[in-house]
Write a protein that binds this ligand. Structure first.
Ligand code: SAM
Ligand code: SF4
Length: 494
């Protein structure tokens, strides 16, 4: 047995799957989901409004409700649904958009996912794992030149990037502090996208200062899953992946992020299954998904599946999927990435998306090596939108959104159950607005181009008036904090 096969053989802990099953079954009933999709009849406007009323009260919908909403084709009713989706987002998240950057740590992988450029058998991929020194350099660029405060660290599944490496890399990232125009920049929240882990490893991740733990099921459809993830590979164990978030919550990680890779199977089934996943987490673990991500299949080096999938999702269906999840799991954060074009990202934000990445580079080492051109052999897939953070902030400000760099949530205990209650009651939006303004001021002072700064300050002025109007007693304390930020103090939060 080689060291690699020995490592692989230790990964999956069967008892950490079985203890969550209900009499041997998991929470994705294939046939039931298809029945619900197929049996739902086009709903009347009254039925739709009754369901939307519950979404607006920030209640998780039932699968039958979602199946009915899926059937809506009347343009006027669809517009009504969009209006409610925006109202929900405003109620829960106000007009804040959170930005982050992906940081790819390595592309060694023991798996063979048919759609991914990093898969083991892709001999043309140029393999590399960042050293701690290289991670430091990447972080310095992200936080010192661009101004990011949060990243999602992405890891292939391989002994070289196992739990020890992940923990060490997180420490390296958190230790970086770079002088900026008026203060300093640092990464204040590391989210991790890595393969499923055991409760023991997840506990270590939590103790290492993890923000959100993110794992996408890719497809919830069992046969498709089996077809895309060859037998004998770690990833072929559907249930080990399906129960990762149960294990994460058991390990005390409160913020968990789920998702599917849209384009691998019928999007309607996947949207229903995401709701089943949310319901399973809520009912068994007491906390639903902190975020739902919307990656859509992109071309990847040597992957015919990534280019020719019969289930590719059209732009209109993709937008519908986003709208339906905003209505069905109203409290959740929703993420769209630079896989998508600028126009799609704008549309998606108006449908309920709350987070997106910026200045994105996904080649290993591309930030500090300043590689402008996308290189297929160094990256997992090809991006649709490579605009800078400054350009995105300006774009959002033009749309009336404030870019929030707030990372206070997990550091002051506003996570998990607590944050779900705040989100449901709409109180989180009010609280976070103050921190959003503080961090936006900080970013505008340290990183914005003159043009972006001018537009950003205009949005900020409006926010200040709103805070003063809605919270006259709290305003003076908040304003003192703002003045301290303007004088160069950094990382203040309420
Ligand atoms: N190796 C870990 C895993 O698979 O869970 C995490 C890293 S993997 C690089 C992160 C995600 O990239 C996957 O979960 C998958 O959804 C996405 N991905 C893979 N190939 C893709 C493609 N061709 N287009 C878009 N997204 C892709
Ligand atoms: Fe490896 Fe993840 Fe790519 Fe699959 S999706 S080949 S597990 S990096």
């Amino acid at each position: 047995m080689t060291a690699e096969t020995a490592w692989i053989s230790q990964r999956i802990k069967k008892d950490q799957i079985e203890r969550y099953l209900d009499r041997g079954s998991d929470f994705i009933p294939n046939a039931e989901i298809w029945q619900k999709i197929e049996n739902a009849k086009e709903p009347s406007p009254e039925q739709v409004r009754e369901i939307l009323g519950r979404s607006l009260e920030i209640q998780t919908l039932k699968p039958d409700d979602l199946a009915l909403l899926m059937r809506v084709n009347d343009p006027a009713l669809l517009r009504e649904m969009q209006k409610i989706a925006l109202q929900i987002k405003k109620k829960v998240y106000d007009n804040r958009i959170v930005t982050f950057a992906p940081l790819y740590m390595g592309n060694y992988c023991v798996n063979n996912c048919a759609y991914c450029g990093f898969r083991h058998d892709n001999l043309e991929a140029k393999r590399r794992v960042l050293s701690q020194d290289e991670i430091r350099k990447e972080t310095e660029t992200l936080t010192g030149k661009i101004g990011h405060k949060r990243i999602i660290a992405v890891y292939g599944e391989h002994p070289m990037t196992g739990i020890d490496y992940i923990l060490e890399s997180m420490k390296t990232i958190y230790d970086v502090r770079v002088p900026t125009r008026h203060g300093y920049g640092n990464i204040r929240r590391i989210n991790v996208n890595a393969a499923p882990m055991s409760v023991e490893e997840l506990t270590l991740l939590k103790d290492g200062g993890l923000g959100t733990y993110q794992v996408f099921q890719e497809t919830y459809h069992r046969e498709t899953y089996a077809h895309l993830h060859p037998k004998g590979t770690l990833k072929s164990d559907y249930r080990w992946r399906l129960y990762t978030m149960h294990r994460a919550l058991e390990a005390g990680i409160d913020d968990v992020g789920i998702g599917v890779l849209f384009g691998l199977y019928d999007w309607r089934f996947e949207v229903m299954a995401l709701l089943y996943h949310a319901i399973a987490l809520e009912s068994k673990m007491g906390i639903g998904p902190h975020t739902v991500s919307f990656p859509r299949l992109e071309p990847a080096l040597n992957s015919s599946c990534a280019s020719d999938s019969p289930y590719r999702v059209s732009d209109d269906d993709f937008k519908k999927a986003i709208l339906l999840i905003r209505l069905a799991i109203p409290y959740t954060g929703m993420i769209i990435t630079a896989r998508e074009t600028a126009q799609m990202r704008r549309n998606a934000i108006d449908l309920g998306i709350t987070q997106t990445d910026a200045s994105t580079k996904i080649g290993i080492g591309s930030y500090s090596e300043d590689i402008q051109v996308q290189q297929a052999e160094r990256q997992q897939f090809i991006l649709g939108d490579t605009r800078s953070l400054d350009e995105l902030v300006r774009d959002f400000a033009g749309m009336g959104y404030i870019t929030s760099f707030c990372t206070a949530g997990y550091r002051c205990g506003r996570t998990g159950k607590c944050i779900m209650e705040l989100l449901r009651s709409g109180r989180e939006g009010k609280f976070c607005k103050l921190n959003a303004v503080l961090t936006f001021q900080e970013w505008l002072d340290d990183f914005a181009t003159p043009e972006t700064r001018e537009l950003g300050l205009r949005v900020l002025e409006k926010e200040l008036e709103e805070i003063k109007r809605n919270n006259p007693q709290g305003f003076p304390v908040f304003y003192q904090f703002l003045e301290r930020v303007r004088k160069g103090e950094r990382d203040l939060f309420l």
